[in-house]
Each structure stands twice: as C-alpha cells, then as structure tokens.
Design a protein around this ligand. Structure first.
Ligand code: HEC
Length: 107
C-alpha cells in the first residue's frame, strides 16, 4: 500500500546521491583551481585572471579546444614563463583548467 512512497523516497535518494554531487564537485574544482592559480600564477597573470597589461597572456582567451596548448605551455614554459613541470601535477593542472574555463570569454 505504501509502495509508491517507498519508490518516491528511493528516487529522491537516488537523485541526491547521483545527480547533485557532480554539480557540487564542479564548483569545488573551480575553487580549488582558483587557489592553485593564486599560489602559482597570479603574480604574472593578474588577480582573478584579470591581466594587468604586462607581458603575460590573458588566460581567459583560451578556448575550449586549446587544452593541449595550455598543458604544453604550462608544463614546458614559454618565453618569459618558467616551466611548471615537477611543480604542478596532473590533478592541479586539471583544476587550473577548470578554473580558467569557468572564466573564459568564449565558453
Ligand atoms: C613569472 C611570471 C609567470 C608566472 C608565475 C606564470 N606565467 Fe604563464 N605566462 C607568463 C608570460 C610572460 C607568458 C607569455 C609568454 C609568451 O608567449 O611570450 C605566459 C603565458 C602563459 C600561457 C599561454 C601560452 C601560450 O600558449 O601562448 C599560459 C597557458 C600560461 N601562461 C599559464 C600559466 C599558469 C597556469 C601559471 C601558473 C601555474 C602561469 N602561467 C604562471 C608568465 C608567467
């Protein structure tokens, strides 16, 4: 007789376990990326990605398909930018990318 309520509860439980966390996880990635950015990148690339007009690159210009370029430049360095290989690990690189993409001009 209360089978429907039981099913409904399961549906709510399912939704809260499997649907909500990915959204939260994405937010967490972005804020974790922001923290890494402020530790390693902010001095040259500007507060909250806003370039102050020096020689560095405005990271918000990176497009969705430019992840290989991003990873290559960050790990191997580029002109005035030092290489980050051995400093930034793959997980941190992924978090940085999530943070940059969340603030990109072209989503
Ligand atoms: C010491 C200053 C400095 C720091 C710190 C720095 N960068 Fe850079 N970055 C630069 C400069 C200067 C350029 C422009 C290089 C060029 O193309 O001449 C640049 C360029 C880039 C580019 C674009 C390269 C391309 O493909 O054109 C990316 C991506 C980048 N930086 C990411 C990062 C990330 C992520 C961090 C933090 C882990 C970081 N940078 C930290 C100075 C810095």
């Amino acid at each position: 007789m209360d089978t429907n309520i039981g099913l409904f509860s399961w549906a709510v439980l399912f939704a809260s376990v499997f649907v909500v966390p990915p959204a939260v996880a994405q937010e967490d990635k972005i804020s974790a990326g922001a923290a890494i950015y402020s530790t390693y990148c902010q001095t040259c690339h500007g507060d909250e990605l806003v370039n102050t007009g020096g020689q560095s690159f405005d990271l918000r210009r990176l497009k969705a398909d430019e992840r290989p370029r991003f990873e290559n430049s960050v790990l191997n360095g580029r002109n005035q930018m030092p290489p980050w290989k051995g400093v930034i690990n793959a997980t941190q690189l992924d978090l940085l990318w999530n943070y940059i993409r969340a603030n990109a001009y072209q989503k």
